[in-house]
Design a protein around this ligand. Structure first.
Ligand code: FES
Length: 108
């Protein structure tokens, strides 16, 4: 049995033995996202509970972060004019990111 209430979602970030950079804010799909310097965009999205970044062009299945080391390309996002793997992009204050799912619904 745990002490936490079932209605309160626990933080997905490690809270102990971690030295974080300063808090900052980026924008993902037009919404502010809190993150910490030193995190990747993918880590910030994962910590915020985002799992789906696009749909498979073949069957529409949800796709998201998988390897977290730049190999699988499942985490591609738009960062300005370029598609980049979110797991390889460090967060910076004011960074503007669009997921492929968002962009396909709103801009294409
Ligand atoms: S999660 Fe595989 S390239 Fe980013």
């Amino acid at each position: 049995m745990t002490n936490s209430s079932p209605s309160v979602r626990p933080s997905l970030r490690a809270d102990r033995a971690v030295q974080r950079g300063p808090a900052l804010q980026l924008t993902v799909d037009g919404q502010p996202l809190e993150a910490f310097a030193g995190e990747s965009v993918a880590a910030a999205l994962f910590a915020a509970g985002r799992r789906e970044l696009r749909q498979s062009p073949r069957d529409g299945a949800p796709r998201g972060m998988f390897c977290m080391m730049g190999s699988c390309q499942e985490c591609l996002v738009w960062v300005g004019p370029r598609q980049l793997p979110a797991c390889q992009v460090p967060v910076t204050a004011g960074l503007v990111v669009q997921t492929l799912a968002f962009r396909s619904q709103h801009l294409e």
